[in-house]
Design a protein around this ligand. Sequence first.
Ligand code: CA
Length: 507
Amino acid sequence: MVEEVAKSLPMELSEKGGVENNGFVQNEAFDDKETDTSSQEEMPKTCIVVDPAATEEPVLKPYAGMPKEVLLKFSSQARYRVTREILFWLIIAAAIVLVCATIAIIALSPKCLDWWQASPIYQIYPRSFKDSNMDGNGDLKGIQEKLDHITYLNIKTIWITSFYKSPLKGLGYGAEDFYDIDPMFGSMNDFENLLAAIHDRGLKVIMDLIPNHTSDKHRWFQLSRNRTGKYTDYYVWQDCTQAAGSVTPPNNWVSVFGNSSWQFDDVRKQCYFHQFGKEQPDLNFHNLAVQQEIHVRKDGTNLETYSQLYHDYTTTQVGMHDIIRSFRQTMNQFSSEPGRYRFMGSDGDENIEATMIYYGTTFIQEADFPFNFNLINMKNLSGNSIFEAVNLWMKNMPAEKWPNWAVGSPNTARISSRIGKEYVNVMNMLLLTLPGTPVTYYGEEIGMENIASENVSEDFPEKSPMQWDGKVNAGFTEGNSTWLPVNSDYQSVNVEVGICICDKLMV
Ligand SMILES: [Ca+2]
């Protein structure tokens, strides 16, 4: 059929006297023609010369609008079929190569760093950072005023030490109310403004959550000592004997301050457990209701939260890590939006193996990292001691986990006082070059020193007011006094001087 059509085509064109055919030719036009191109006798009388080549080697090319039958005949020809198959397999091969290459690139590429990995963490002790209302105590508005300093340092993560309502003004530990802010630091409105300002600058904030204990002024404790409903077992109560005015505790456990960790309560006539001061009764974390209370607190915030569990007591108890895992699960429920991952750090342990357990496992996550104080705890400074401190962490850290390094904290002497002024820059440089997240403490970037111990109690020498400039009170407050004395070196060691030196170095 195709051949017949092909043979008749030149004739048809001839008969139409050269009328141009643009390819849209109906089959019916060919059906009636039984043309024998080899017979000159049956040539039409118009005497049109037929090209012999066209008649001897008829070639029909595909044309637009050809019917399905014709198309199928063309498509089954070897040259089209083979070409089609080659193209088909080339596409399959290319797709496989593309998928393999994508998998390989993903597998071999370093993971994108999350926000808590990509920036140093800058820890602020809020009472000492900046005072905004001239009362001599740093506050939340003060932190907001000084956010430029944080961005100047190119730091993206601020860790603000506890500012919950607390009767322990200096320590900030032992919340009277997990739901409120201590008036010394400002109001909830101030906090919301600070949070908005922090987020406007693309920064993140980490807050303390210290669920181990509360203040004895806390409403829960007041309800518990009166055996009120579910609060009865919110704390660790035990019978103890009282005779001749002296109390015999349930056992010989001692608090971190060295005295008995049990305190007799006159209201309930029982002893409660406290691993810190007697004003800081430990919560009973074996009580599910207590765990839920703490979770509710975190649900109600949009914060990246740092959970600090003091666990000298609880670490020996079965279920300590179950509680941390449950915290992590709660935080994961609020981490589903892109870029809203909730970070959780934890305190470590004196024992490196026990510390590493806080990382969790590949399948059961706990903290993103336990804070690493190896560089702070070095007994002396030398190449070997640094190597040992770094190696201790890196060798023990579980695979696929993320390291971190701290050079300062509210509970340790400052670099200048611990190691020496001349090593401040070296330690800061070391901090920024080690693999993992650097953690620093306000004032370490300019080499602040502890204040003289005769001026303060032993808890506070590294908490002196931030030294902003060489003006009165180092620019910390415009009031007449400061809650702790400003270090006497503030005219030579302050942020303004530090920035000048830094800018000159960069020029
Ligand atoms: Ca203030």
